[in-house]
Ligand binder design. Structure first.
Ligand code: DC
Length: 219
């Protein structure tokens, strides 16, 4: 079983994906990690993120293990990490170079300890359209920029990081703009995706709706 969950930053995809992965005992691939890993590597090595050829070199050399190691770095999930990922993810060749690692995961999905899983949940921007166009179930999770900025702002404060709401909102809007308007694999719902707007739905309500769809499919 392959399930894809796409949508903009801070819409609730990650929470939904990890809750579903736990319930159904499926492996989980957060595909934003491949872009965050390349962006962070370039940042740590003082490389120019605007240089597409350098980004491509890093993307071609990235391994799954290296990505998991990098994910422990404090800037992997920071606002800077998200911004850097968004910049390099706009390069078509970089996306192409990182596609195989994402697709291969569904051929042999494993949990973080290496044990095999009988299904996989992807989350990202193009997992239902480009990474796994033949997925069994596709969800697209969205919410207004203001609602998403409030959530991100609260997350930063909860983690003890300093943040300014207006800056977070501007950042959310800038990332939406880049993610939705890039030439290759722009963020958009797959034609056969079920759309959830979480502006007025709680995490529990979205989870229940998704479970109904998955259980129905598994009958
Ligand atoms: O989901 P995230 O915040 O970790 O994603 C970081 C950036 O990576 C996001 O701004 C766009 C990019 N991304 C992408 O282009 N395609 C994906 N499937 C996942 C993320």
């Amino acid at each position: 079983m392959i399930i894809t969950i796409d949508g903009p930053a801070a819409a609730g995809k990650g929470t939904l994906a990890s809750n579903l992965a736990k319930k159904y005992q499926y492996a989980y691939f957060d595909t934003g990690m491949v872009y965050r890993a390349v962006g962070l590597l370039m940042h740590l090595q003082n490389q120019d993120l605007n240089d597409e050829q350098v980004a491509l070199k890093f993307a071609k050399a990235l391994t799954y293990g290296q990505m998991m190691e990098l994910s422990k770095h404090p800037d992997f999930r920071s606002s800077l990490g998200g911004k850097n990922a968004s910049i390099i993810s706009a390069y078509p060749e970089v996306r192409k170079a990182l596609l195989k690692m994402q697709q291969d995961f569904s051929l042999n999905p494993v949990f973080s300890d290496g044990t095999p899983a009988k299904g996989v949940i992807y989350d990202g921007r193009d997992t239902g359209t480009v990474v796994c166009p033949n997925a069994d179930i596709k969800f697209f999770v969205t919410a207004s920029p203001e609602v998403r900025a409030k959530r991100r702002y609260k997350e930063f404060l909860d983690k003890g990081m300093s943040a300014d709401y207006e800056d977070v909102l501007a950042d959310v809007k800038a990332r939406d703009e880049r993610d939705a308007n890039r030439s290759t694999s722009p963020m958009k719902p797959a034609e056969d995706a079920m759309i959830f707007d979480t502006s007025d739905l709680s995490i529990d309500e979205v989870f229940k709706k998704a479970v109904e769809v998955i259980d129905e499919k598994q009958k």
